[in-house]
Design a protein around this ligand. Structure first.
Ligand SMILES: [Zn+2]
Ligand SMILES: [Zn+2]
Ligand SMILES: [Zn+2]
Ligand SMILES: [Zn+2]
Length: 308
């Protein structure tokens, strides 16, 4: 069975322009701050007023984050979180008195008795958590915003899937295609210069969900390679319900990859570095391209299906 063979009418073509795709050195995983920023703005969404007041008491006056034990106080009773305590050189940020090492056990106990909604409540999470397990939950809350899957220039946009789909379409001008089979042609003149920096993104709508097909050139050790892989726009437990295949070939030879799409919770860089996709050595890619090896012309046929 040849995935996509004969079913897909139109061949999608991408012309790779290397200058446009500047792979940022920082990985998406390091972009904690946009998520934190988004999350902080959602954080004030608490139910009862009394909880709100206590919530304010638990806010560190310096970093404005919620405090966790050990919580410190100055002789006048002003509180500060342990991280900021180390930064303020033992001087109370509120009254400038010497801080010392006085724990505020009462506030720590109050915190323990609190139950707070997940900070992603307005994104759909309705769970309530004891104060000290709230943070742990929020790190893995399935309603937490996703990072933009576009891997090129720094993009700090976060949001839910429908929002990110619109964002990819409007702001990154990503090609969107309907269908679970595809034939995608990657064309690049001058494949011998470059590398480590090229990539393409195409999004497929299939089973009512979205899949990101990444294609890029980089080096494994000294060897120049091309790699194609699929990421699922959703969480990992859902991604595992799908499989996909990619194949590329020519002149009677063929390379086939079958895999499971990775969730976009895993950064583009992480998936690439784990080599979880179709990898083609440049020499083979040029052989498949035919001609005089001066132009890369790779046709990648693919299929996405749902596992039973
Ligand atoms: Zn602090
Ligand atoms: Zn003080
Ligand atoms: Zn949650
Ligand atoms: Zn983006």
């Amino acid at each position: 069975m040849a995935p996509g063979g004969g079913i897909c009418k139109d061949v999608i073509e991408s012309r790779v322009t290397f200058a446009e795709y500047d792979m940022a050195t920082s990985s998406a995983e390091l972009r904690g701050s946009p998520l934190r920023k988004a999350a902080t703005s959602l954080g004030g969404n608490l139910g009862a007023t009394s909880t709100n007041d206590v919530h304010e008491l638990l806010e560190c006056p310096v970093c404005l984050n919620l405090m966790y034990p050990p919580i410190y106080q100055c002789p006048n009773g002003h509180t500060v979180c342990s991280i900021c305590k180390a930064r303020v050189h033992n001087s109370c940020p509120t009254c400038r008195n010497e801080l010392g090492n006085i724990r505020c056990l009462a506030l720590e106990k109050v915190a323990e008795s609190l139950e707070l909604p997940c900070r992603y409540q307005i994104l759909g999470c309705h769970d309530i958590f004891p104060y000290y397990s709230k943070l742990k939950h929020e790190k893995n809350c399935r309603y937490r915003p996703y990072h933009c899957p576009y891997a090129g220039a720094e993009c700090s946009v976060t949001g839910d899937i429908p929002f990110l789909v619109m964002h990819l379409k409007n702001d990154h001008k990503v090609d969107m295609h309907d269908g679970c089979t595809f034939n995608h042609r990657y064309v690049k003149s001058n494949p011998h210069e470059v590398e480590n920096a090229t990539w393409m993104l195409t999004v497929f709508n299939c089973f009512g969900r979205q899949f990101c097909l990444h294609f890029e050139a980089f080096h494994i050790g000294m060897a120049p390679v091309y790699m194609a892989f699929l990421r699922f726009m959703g969480d990992e437990d859902e991604a595992r319900q799908f499989s996909y295949s990619l194949e590329v070939g020519g002149y009677g030879r063929k390379v086939i990859w079958q895999g499971v799409p990775r969730s976009i919770r895993d950064s583009h860089r992480k998936v690439r570095d784990s080599q979880d996709g179709l990898i083609i050595q440049r020499n083979l890619a040029l052989f498949f391209s035919g001609g005089d090896r001066q132009e890369l012309k790779l046709k990648v046929a693919g299929r996405i299906w749902k596992e039973q």
